[in-house]
Design a protein around this ligand. Structure first.
Ligand code: NAP
Length: 250
């Protein structure tokens, strides 16, 4: 079995590659670092030759709605079209829990991603994940202004990228398995993102103050705070917990 992983150098994609390589299938890593561009399509036909399944774990370099929508729709069109020509039978896509409730920003681009994938000729399974453990540090860095970091208050059930990768690999290696088209995966505990960010900064030993700051320009701000990103009752919940929860080893 030959499985291509788009976004093979990313936070989750690199784990998908590692997990699959440990299980036996031949793995084709896809990213610009490997000379394949999903947006222009350069190198894609060659990369997908003989591939049975594609795991799409790529992401737009920009979180801005317009750029991210342009990225995901172009990448999906190219993956579906080059995949069809190459005889790909199955696609597994990673998305985000709750995005269908959002109207703007990156979540809206992810919804366009899902819709474009589902409209393509190759059958798709979508795994919607909660925010990754590894995403907390990125948000702290994005919000950094001198010795303060502004972080959007958010109810989330942080999940390890490795855990999501294991679930994606399991879906990729069972082509045609029955089950819902859209599934969810999250970590074992609900968290407030600002608290998780403070624990991360404390563990790093950084003199940085993390403060919760609502983005007044974002029409979906209330959704982040009301629990729209939390998993539904049928979600798979899997550890490890985000480090530093009370009673746990750091
Ligand atoms: N981060 C989270 O907390 C989270 C939570 C739930 C779901 N997700 C979803 O998981 C997916 C992956 O997210 P991530 O955070 O792991 O992404 P990431 O770390 O930003 O990695 C993005 C990947 O896409 C590749 N890429 C970017 N532009 C490309 C292009 N034009 N052609 C080919 N490859 C390209 C990058 O490699 P090169 O730069 O080498 O091209 C990299 O391998 C996304 O769909 C995201 O929405 C993320």
């Amino acid at each position: 079995m030959k499985i291509a992983v788009a976004g093979a150098t990313g936070r989750v994609g690199r784990h998908v590659v590692e997990v699959l390589e440990g299980q036996g299938p031949e793995v084709v890593p896809i990213s610009r670092a490997q000379g394949v561009d999903l947006v222009t399509g350069q190198g894609l036909a060659q990369a997908l030759a003989g591939v049975d399944t594609v795991v799409d774990a790529a992401s737009s370099p920009s979180p801005d709605r317009e750029s991210a929508t342009a990225f995901f729709t172009a990448a999906t069109r190219n993956l579906q079209e080059a995949g069809r020509k190459a005889g790909v039978k199955w696609m597994v896509v990673v998305s985000i829990i709750g995005i269908d409730r959002f109207t703007g920003g990156y979540p809206a681009a992810k919804l366009a991603h899902e819709q474009a994938m589902l409209a393509g000729p190759i059958p798709v399974r979508i795994l919607r994940a909660a925010q990754f453990h590894e995403f907390v540090g990125q948000l702290v860095d994005w919000g950094r202004k001198g010795d303060v970091s502004d972080v959007q208050p958010m109810r989330t059930q942080l999940v390890a990228a490795r855990t999501v990768a294991e679930a994606l690999a399991a879906l990729a290696t069972r082509p045609g398995a029955t089950g819902p088209t859209i599934m969810e995966i999250a970590g074992p505990h609900e968290e407030e993102l600002v608290d998780a960010a403070r624990r991360l900064v404390a563990r790093r030993g950084e003199a940085l103050r993390v403060q919760g700051v609502r983005n007044a320009d974002d029409p979906d701000t209330a959704l982040y705070e009301s629990g729209a990103l939390l998993p539904g009752p049928n979600a798979t919940l899997a550890g490890p917990s985000f480090p530093g929860l009370a009673g746990q080893r750091p």
